[in-house]
Every structure is written in C-alpha cells, then in structure tokens.
Design a protein. Structure first.
Length: 152
C-alpha cells in the first residue's frame, strides 16, 4: 500500500511509535520502538534493541500495527500490516547509519531542552541504549487516520 506524504511526514517527526504485536494467547502486546526509515511504497523499518516479546511474537504471528499521536496537533495515525525480521548480520549499513543519526538527533534535542531548563530525564538515556539486535520491516496494508473527522 502506498503511504501519503502527510503520513510519512507525521511519522518521520515522531520520536517513537507504539508497536503492537500479538502474544501466543492472542492478547495484544505493545512496546515503544523508533522508526528508522519509511517510504511511499509502504515499507517501514524499525530497529529493536531487545530480542524479547516483540521478537517472539513476530516469529509466531507477523501481524503488526504502529501507532503514533501528536496530542498538541490532535493528529495521529495507525499503520497495520505484516512484518518480517532481519537479523543484525543481514542489516544494511544504511539502516544502522540511519539509526545512529536518529539517536544523535534525539540526544541533541535533549541537550538543547536541558539548556533551556526544560529538564527531563536526569541523564541522557540515548547514550545508554544497546546496539540493535534485529530489524523489523513492516509492509503496510492499511493506514488509519486517527484525526477526528470534524477536525480534518
């Protein structure tokens, strides 16, 4: 499915998304992940830092959704689709470089906010993040615009 410019720009400006997968017993499992790249053809690339529940859920069931909202703009999207896993050995250097760029940008934004005395976390947690364990490539099958109809 093709992604429109509005959805692409929205997701590119998010610090993270909520990724929902399905546990073995059929219940939803949600976690936070960072988008590394997405394109108009409907491919979304995420890196996972921990090989835990999301990983095992996707091994058993490739169905996935990504949700992000901007409370201030009263806007949001949910992307639904299927995912496949790429091991760290098979990740392209471009994906890893894009991840490093994202982390650097997040760290820079945190430092700037701290300078302006908008204190957040007492340390810089981005520096403490481990290297990605694997990549998730999602093929979007459906885009749900979460913006209320009367505000569009």
């Amino acid at each position: 499915m093709k992604l429109g410019d509005g959805a692409i720009n929205f997701f590119q400006n998010q610090g993270y998304v909520i990724v929902t997968t399905i546990d073995k017993d059929g219940t939803p499992h949600s976690s936070c992940k960072g988008i590394v790249n997405l394109n108009k053809n409907g491919s979304v690339y995420l890196l996972d830092l921990y090989k835990s529940r999301t990983y095992s859920n996707l091994k058993n069931n490739p169905k996935i959704s990504l949700t992000a909202v901007d409370e201030h703009r009263f806007q949001g999207y949910c992307l639904k689709g299927k995912a496949r896993i790429i091991t760290s050995n098979n990740m392209s250097p471009d994906i890893l470089r894009a991840w490093q760029d994202k982390i650097t940008s997040r760290l820079t934004q945190r430092v700037l906010k701290n300078i302006h005395e908008q204190k957040g976390h007492p340390r810089h947690p981005e520096v403490l993040l481990p290297k990605p364990k694997y990549a998730i490539v999602m093929e979007v099958k459906e885009v749900v615009d979460l913006t209320p109809h009367n505000l569009k």
